[in-house]
Design a binder for this molecule. Sequence first.
Ligand SMILES: [Zn+2]
Length: 82
Amino acid sequence: MTRAIVRHVPHTIRQHPDTRVMFEASCQRCGWLAVPSTDADVVDEQCLVHAGRSNHRIFRRAMLSHAFVVREGESPEPPAAP
Ligand SMILES: [Zn+2]
């Protein structure tokens, strides 16, 4: 019989400090895609322009970021950014 020892190690997840949040949007009527940007207002402006030209008014917006996980007791230094 094989036995396993399982121990609980707390982890935390953090925003990677060497990366920036990226904003994206797509039109839910036609699939149009905004040019991704690190500035949410720039993406929103693109959606407003698209809505004005097409009368499409529903958008899926996404905020993407890179995160890293730190185990309790280990250095909180993040790995190299992707
Ligand atoms: Zn559209």
